[in-house]
Design a protein around this ligand. Structure first.
Ligand code: ATP
Ligand code: MG
Length: 566
C-alpha cells in the first residue's frame, strides 16, 4: 500500500510511503535493509534516538534488517570509547542489529579499489592544489569554478600517483584524489569533490595501516552499496549530497541504494551537535557526557528516562520533510506518562521542617497502609510508620498564609497523607526568627484520612517519620540553557553565554520514608507531589543515597504559558 495508511489503519510516515512504493514496484527484490551510521566521535544524543527509531522501526515493520555501521573515516576524532558507548545506548533503547560488527574502516581496501576504478574510467584524478587553492578554484554559489590544472592527467599517471599517496610518499595535505564531474555545476558538491585526503593519523581500528582516508561522501554511499542497503535514510542536510551519492554509484556501476532525507530533530533549550556537547564536557560546564542535564542518551538514562519513553517520544514527534523545533516539554511529557504507569509512589521530604505531635505517645509507632501505585492495582500496598516526630516540607507551612494556601498554618488543620488530620498549635522559632519546629496535635479518630464527625480539611500533605527516615541527597535539574534557542545569543556570542547558572540544585538533607533504605541504583520512584526520581547510578551508594529528579509531576512550562494567556 502506498496511499498513506498502513494495514493496521495507522498512518504512514513519508519514509514508509517511499518504502511501500518500492516494495509494490518490486525494486530491491522486495527487501528492506536500513542502517544507522554513526560516526564514533562522541556519545549519542536524543536526535540520534530519532534516527535509530526510524531506521530500526522501518526495518522491523517490513520484516527487514537494520545494520549498525560505524562511519569511522575521520581517525583524529574517533575512539573505541565512543564505539562502545554507542552500542550500549542502542541496546538500551531496545534495538538489536544482529551479530555483525560493521565499520566503514573494514571497507578501506575495497574503497581504495573503487577509487582506482574511477581513475581508470577517467572519472577521478590526483590533484596537487593546496586546500586553499582548491577552495579558490571551486567558485561560489553565483560564480562557476575553474578546472584544476591537474584535471587532465593521464590514467597511468593518476594510478601511479594515487598508489604513491597510499604508500606515504607525499606529505599530509599535499595532494588529493578528486572526482572529475563538473566545475560549473550549480551544486557545489559536484564541483570535482575531494574523495581522498592524505592524513597521517592513527586510526582506532586500522592503526597506521593507512595514511590516506576516504571522505564521507565517498565512503558512505559505497558502504551502503557493499551492505546492500535498500533505503539509506539520512537527515536533510544531505539532500544536496544526494547527486554525488548517486554519481559515485552510477560511475562505479555497482548496486545502488536509495537515499531518503528527513528533518533532523531540534529541541528547545537544547543543543544537539556532538562537537558542541564535547565542548560542554571539556570546558567543565557539565560533569561528563552522562551528566543528567545533557541531551545525550546516557545523560537522559541517568536522569531517569526510560527506553519506552524515548521510543514513544520519537513516535509522537513523527518524521517530517521540513525542519522544525520540538518543545522540550514534549520529551518531558513522554517520560511522565510512562513513569505514571510504572513508578511506585513513596513519600519523601526534600526540605525538612520538624513537626512534633504533642498528643502522640513518645517512643511509639503506628503503621499505616499506603498505596504503592494507584495506576496499578497489582502494585499493592506497604506500611509507613507514623510517630511523635515527623518531617514535612518547609513549603507546606506558612506562618501568614494567603487565601488560596490550603496547607499548614497556625491554627489550621490538614490531612497527613495515608494518616490522620493534624492541627498546628504552636510555631517554634530560633533566635534569627526562622521557623524550626511546629507543635501539632493529631486526631486519632481520623485514621485513614476522614473524620467521623464529617469535618473537612482542604489540604493533604506528605510527611515522613523522623526516627525512621532515611537521609539522602536529591538533585533537582532545570534546563541546561536559559533560552529556548541557546545558539542564538543577543550578545552575538555562542551557546556558552546562554548556560543556565541554576540548572542544578543539590539538596543534601532530604528525608525519605524507610522503604527507600534498600533502593538500588537505577530504581525509579514517584515522590508524592514532587515528581519522578531515580537513584543515581554513578554517585549513589549504600552509605549515601543520591536521587536525581527526572521530571516534575506537572508540566510547569505549560502552566506558565497558560498563566501568560498564551
Ligand atoms: P552531530 O551533528 O550531532 O554530531 P552527526 O550527524 O554528525 O550529528 P552522526 O554520527 O553522523 O552524527 O549521525 C548518525 C546518524 O544520526 C546520521 O544518519 C544522522 O543523520 C543522524 N542524526 C544526527 N543528528 C540527528 C538529529 N538531530 N535528528 C535526527 N537524526 C540525527
Ligand atoms: Mg557527522
Amino acid at each position: 500500500m502506498s496511499d498513506g495508511s498502513d494495514s493496521d489503519g495507522g498512518s504512514l510516515n513519508f519514509v514508509e510511503v517511499h518504502v511501500e512504493k518500492d516494495l509494490a514496484d518490486g525494486r530491491f527484490d522486495g527487501r528492506v535493509q536500513t542502517r544507522f551510521p554513526p560516526e564514533p566521535n562522541g556519545y549519542l544524543h536524543i536526535g540520534h534516538a530519532k534516527s535509530i527509531c526510524l531506521n530500526f522501526g522501518v526495518a522491523k515493520k517490513y520484516g527487514g534488517k537494520c545494520n549498525l555501521r560505524f562511519d569511522d573515516t575521520n581517525p583524529t576524532k574517533e575512539s573505541t570509547e565512543y564505539v562502545e558507548s554507542i552500542q550500549d545506548d542502542i541496546r538500551w533503547l531496545g534495538f538489536d542489529w544482529g551479530e555483525e560488527q560493521l565499520f566503514a574502516s573494514d571497507y578501506f581496501e575495497q574503497l581504495y579499489a573503487f577509487a582506482v576504478q574511477l581513475i581508470e574510467k577517467e572519472k577521478a584524478y590526483v590533484c596537487d592544489l593546496t586546500a586553499e587553492d582548491t577552495r579558490e578554484y571551486r567558485g561560489t554559489l553565483t560564480t562557476a569554478g575553474r578546472n584544476s590544472p591537474y584535471r587532465d592527467r593521464s590514467v597511468e599517471e593518476n594510478v601511479e600517483l594515487f598508489a604513491s599517496m597510499r604508500a606515504g610518499e607525499f606529505p599530509d595535505g599535499s595532494r588529493t584524489l578528486r572526482a572529475r564531474i563538473d566545475m560549473a555545476s550549480p551544486n557545489l558538491n559536484l564541483r570535482d569533490p575531494v574523495l581522498y585526503r592524505i592524513m597521517r593519523a592513527t586510526h582506532h581500528r586500522t592503526g597506521d595501516e593507512w595514511c590516506i582516508y576516504p571522505m564521507y561522501d565517498f565512503a558512505h554511499g559505497q558502504s551502503d552499496s557493499i551492505e546492500r542497503i535498500t533505503h539509506s535514510i539520512c537527515t536533510l542536510e544531505f539532500e544536496n549530497h544526494r547527486p554525488l551519492y548517486d554519481w559515485c554509484l552510477d560511475a562505479l556501476e555497482i548496486y545502488h541504494p536509495r537515499q531518503i532525507e528527513f528533518a533532523r530533530l531540534n529541541m528547545t533549550y537544547t543543543i544537539m551537535s556532538k562537537r558542541k556537547l564535547l565542548e560542554l564536557v571539556r570546558d567543565g560546564h557539565v560533569t561528563g557526557w552522562n551528566d543528567p542535564r545533557m541531551p545525550t542518551i546516557i545523560g537522559l538514562r541517568r536522569r531517569g528516562y526510560t527506553p519506552e519513553s524515548l521510543r514513544s517520544f520519537c513516535e509522537t514527534i513523527g518524521v517530517a520533510k521540513f525542519n522544525s523545533t520540538i518543545e522540550r516539554g514534549v520529551l518531558e511529557n513522554s517520560v511522565r506518562e510512562h513513569l505514571n504507569k510504572v513508578a511506585p509512589r513513596v513519600m519523601a521530604v526534600l526540605r525538612p521542617l520538624k513537626v512534633v505531635i504533642t498528643n502522640f505517645p513518645e517512643g511509639e509507632t503506628e503503621l499505616l497502609d499506603a498505596v504503592n501505585n494507584p495506576e496499578d492495582p497489582q502494585a499493592g500496598t506497604r506500611q509507613v510508620p507514623f510517630s511523635r516526630e515527623l518531617y514535612i516540607e518547609r513549603d507546606d507551612f506558612m506562618e501568614d498564609p494567603p487565601k488560596k494556601f490550603f496547607r499548614l498554618g497556625p491554627g489550621r488543620e490538614v490531612r497527613f497523607r495515608y494518616a490522620f488530620f493534624v492541627k498546628c498549635n504552636e510555631v517554634v522559632k530560633d533566635e534569627s526568627g526562622e521557623v524550626v519546629e511546629l507543635r501539632c496535635t493529631y486526631d486519632p479518630a481520623t485514621r485513614g484520612g476522614s473524620a467521623p464527625d464529617g469535618r473537612k480539611v482542604k489540604g493533604t500533605i506528605h510527611w515522613v517519620s523522623a526516627a525512621d527516615a532515611v537521609s539522602a541527597e536529591v538533585r533537582l535539574y532545570d534546563h541546561l540553557f536559559r533560552t529556548e534557542n541557546p545558539e542564538a545569543s543577543e550578545e552575538g556570542g555562542g551557546y556558552q553565554e546562554n548556560l543556565n547558572p541554576t540548572s542544578l540544585e543539590t539538596l543534601s538533607d532530604c528525608r525519605l520514608e524507610p522503604s527507600l533504605a534498600v533502593a538500588e541504583p537505577g530504581q525509579r520512584f514517584q515522590f508524592e507531589r514532587l515528581g519522578y526520581f531515580i537513584v543515581d547510578s554513578v554517585d549513589s551508594s549504600a552509605d549515601g543515597l543520591v536521587f536525581n529528579r527526572t521530571v516534575t509531576l506537572r508540566d510547569s512550562w505549560a502552566k506558565i504559558q497558560r498563566r501568560k494567556g498564551k
